[in-house]
Design a protein around this ligand. Sequence first.
Ligand SMILES: Cc1cc2nc3c(=O)[nH]c(=O)nc-3n(C[C@H](O)[C@H](O)[C@H](O)COP(=O)(O)OP(=O)(O)OC[C@H]3O[C@@H](n4cnc5c(N)ncnc54)[C@H](O)[C@@H]3O)c2cc1C
Length: 264
Amino acid sequence: MPLPAFTLHRPRSAADAIALLDEDCLAYSGGTELLMAMRMGLIRPTALVDLKRIDELNTITLGADRLLIGAGASHDRVAGDALVAEHAALLATAERLVGNARVRAQGSIGGNICFAEPRSDVATVLVALDATVLLQSASSRRSVPATEFFLGPYWTAREPGELLTAISIPLPAPAGVYLKFQTVERPTVAVAAVALPEGGYRIVVGAVGDLPVSADYAQLTAVDAADLAARVEPVSDLTGSERYKRHVTEVFVRRAVAALAGGR
Ligand SMILES: Cc1cc2nc3c(=O)[nH]c(=O)nc-3n(C[C@H](O)[C@H](O)[C@H](O)COP(=O)(O)OP(=O)(O)OC[C@H]3O[C@@H](n4cnc5c(N)ncnc54)[C@H](O)[C@@H]3O)c2cc1C
């Protein structure tokens, strides 16, 4: 289907982009989701704000106690960045597994989480890493924990006039294991298992339900894979029934815990 007509703005700064954004004028990063949704008539913005020329949205920087990843950074960029490899290796691992070569080259980390397609590798890992997202509008700046940012399928805490400028990962970031099971596009089940810097462990199960499910444990031996599989709310679709997805969840939680325990 052809794209409907729209006005394209190409600002050079985040401030200029923010001044343009509203309910009818949307941010346009890689366009991998946005343009498809427009072609299908699911959304009908009158204007788009192209973020690709805004350098400040494409930087990855190290602060005193956080890693800041610009919302416009592509999956490939994040996967190959030296700072991400050193300080948040789990995110680099997940980013390498996103979609296909085209999606990784074109799609951005910010577009992934703003679109909030539930089958997201990125969302699963950001919850495991205790990340926060930085949102800026013409009148305010706020920082929202990843756990509060995702509200449901295609639904986030971001308001229409807000630009996601960056993702902030507190350091030291937990290290761990990321596994996903996938038969077609996008993961069916995604599991992040991490050792928390303050002690204890976190398991996050993503993709299988509408929102990532996260649980913390004092000991790795306390992880109950069957209990976690019972807590997720799988969406039954062509990639599997609810029962099947619960089973895969249990298997992948067990595998992730075994890999974390074995230091793999
Ligand atoms: C074939 C295919 C396979 C995929 N497989 C996977 C997979 O295996 N794992 C996975 O995790 N993901 C997967 N994805 C999702 C992919 O990661 C996203 O499509 C991509 O990251 C979206 O980024 P984008 O820059 O193209 O976003 P766009 O399409 O440009 O934007 C998406 C939405 O976010 C908004 N937006 C974008 N940037 C901002 C911003 N900075 N501030 C505010 N709003 C913003 C836009 O207005 C739009 O509503 C897949 C996608 C496709 C098409």
